[in-house]
Design a binder for this molecule. Structure first.
Ligand code: PLP
Length: 473
């Protein structure tokens, strides 16, 4: 067998319990009716076309719209990434003369949308939770904002970690000023928000465009996602054209069938009810000695609500670095988390998880208490890169102008006053320190020089203290 396939098989033989995406967790029952080889077809007579659906694909999309509460739904076979990009591409021409309000911690597909469209962002800064050092909340007190200058507002709902910002409050501010700019919601991590077990879906709150990465928590195959639309703010024709520009011309029927099925399974709320019961037990058994994000965190640090199906733990109270805890959980309990940093571990539940999975996780987390006794160490203090917070930055070019401009690679010490040509984020918290198009300040340079040893995303020259800047002509 080829190397990639062999390594995948080897990985699977370890039999980890999945606390990561995709949401189907390898459960055959979600795909019982799919003959994978036979249904791997192309757009043949009678099989409709994704880019101008009016047959079987259209009917499946209509059913999805009915399930998720949209006026129209579009299947995405290039992931939620294409959905975020299409949302911005589909905006009307007034977007050219205004700004788009965007969370600064947004997924990289939002940053790529800014580069593709040339739109100018006005960033909303998330609130970093002091205990987790992660951008869990959003400051929704933006009374001062002049909504007439805003062409669209893009919000991530929920954050990766399952925290929900106060979307309704933001919409109320817009409405109070009589503005009508559309709300574009990245609900990539919350496609399962149906019914009373979860926070309200963004569609229910009145958002205009809503992205679901259906593969993350529901049962669709990886890369299968949906974009939902309602209301009159978004031109449907332009939205379809945008999707056609961005998506493959050979859409996978396997991905589309998995989306159709995922919609039906999404209605099975009893599956989630079982998991919720077990998660509550987990909190009772483990919450005493381990800091877990929980319902009491709602209402603090810009967090409106918590999605219980994402379990975020911080290991500082244990005195053990998170990577050591992950090693233990993987080796001794067969638990595979979604992600971790020096002090946090995130476990993501999906519709395919079982009661037994959560019990195994509870046992594994209980075992961490023993691990602490064994190691005897309690002096772990994770290094945090941004103790003084983020510096003020000035935007001198749009991200697209900076991306397309000629560039050069300079030592940081020589970059003062120049325009950044890359996006650099300390991780955690993963909020960009500088975005392409912004001016490099003394403070930015100081933070970068002080943190060269740290964990950075998007910084090409971190090993030798270099940075990409726009070339001056
Ligand atoms: C918040 C958010 N939005 C969008 C995406 C992109 O989704 P996909 O991986 O389906 O392309 C991700 C992926 O991790 C994400 O975390």
């Amino acid at each position: 067998m080829p190397v990639l396939g062999e390594d995948l098989q080897r990985y699977c033989r370890q039999g980890f319990r999945s606390f990561h995406t995709p949401g189907h967790k390898g459960q055959q029952e979600f795909f019982r009716d799919i003959n994978f080889l036979k249904l791997d077809l192309t757009e043949l007579p009678g099989l409709d076309q994704l880019s101008s659906a009016n047959g079987i694909i259209a009917r499946a999309q209509q059913r999805a719209a009915q399930i998720f509460g949209a006026e129209e739904s579009f299947f995405l076979i290039n992931g939620g990434t294409a959905g975020n990009q299409a949302m911005f591409l589909a905006l009307g021409e007034e977007a050219e003369s205004k700004k788009v309000l965007v969370g600064r911690q947004s997924h990289k597909s939002v940053m790529s949308a800014l580069v593709l469209t040339g739109l100018v962002p006005e960033f909303l800064t998330p609130i970093i939770h002091p205990e987790f050092n992660l951008p869990l909340g959003l400051d929704s007190d933006i009374e001062e904002l002049d909504w007439d200058t805003i062409a669209a507002c893009h919000i991530t709902y929920p954050a990766y970690y399952g925290t929900i910002p106060d979307l309704r409050k933001l919409m109320d501010y817009r409405n109070k000023q009589g503005a009508t700019c559309p709300f574009l919601i990245d609900q990539a991590h919350g496609s399962h928000y149906l019914g009373s077990l979860f926070p309200p879906s963004a569609l229910a709150l009145g958002a205009d465009l809503v992205l679901h990465s259906t593969h993350k928590t529901l049962s669709a195959l990886t890369q299968a996602a949906m974009l939902h639309v309602q209301g009159k703010s978004i031109c449907r024709k332009k939205l379809c054209q945008s999707l056609e520009l961005l998506q493959s011309s050979s859409p996978s029927y396997l991905l589309m069938v998995s989306l159709e099925l995922a919609g039906e399974f999404a209605l099975a709320s009893e599956r989630w009810a079982v998991l919720k019961e077990e998660v509550e037990i987990l909190h009772t058994k483990v919450g005493g000695f381990l800091r877990i994000l929980n319902d009491n965190d709602a209402g603090t640090y810009g967090i409106k609500l918590i999605d219980w199906s994402k379990i975020l733990i911080n290991t500082r109270s244990l005195g053990i670095p998170a990577p050591e805890c992950v090693d233990y959980l993987r080796q001794d309990h067969g638990i595979e988390p979604e992600l971790w940093d020096q002090e946090n571990i995130l476990f993501v539940l999906g519709i395919g998880n079982t009661r037994e999975d959560i019990r195994a996780l509870t046992k594994g987390l209980q075992g961490l208490a023993e691990l602490v006794k064994g190691s005897g160490s309690s002096d772990f203090k994770p290094e945090r890169l941004l103790l003084r917070g983020y510096p003020d930055v000035v935007q001198r070019m749009s991200p697209r102008q900076a991306f397309c401009a000629p560039r050069e690679f300079l030592p940081l010490q020589e970059s003062l006053g120049r325009i950044a040509a890359e996006i650099i984020s300390p991780y955690p918290p993963g909020i960009p320190l500088i975005v392409m198009g912004e001016e490099i300040t003394v403070e930015t340079i100081e933070i970068l020089l002080a943190g060269v040893q740290g964990n950075w995303q998007g910084w090409d020259g971190f090993k030798n203290g270099m940075i990409w800047v726009v070339r001056e002509i």
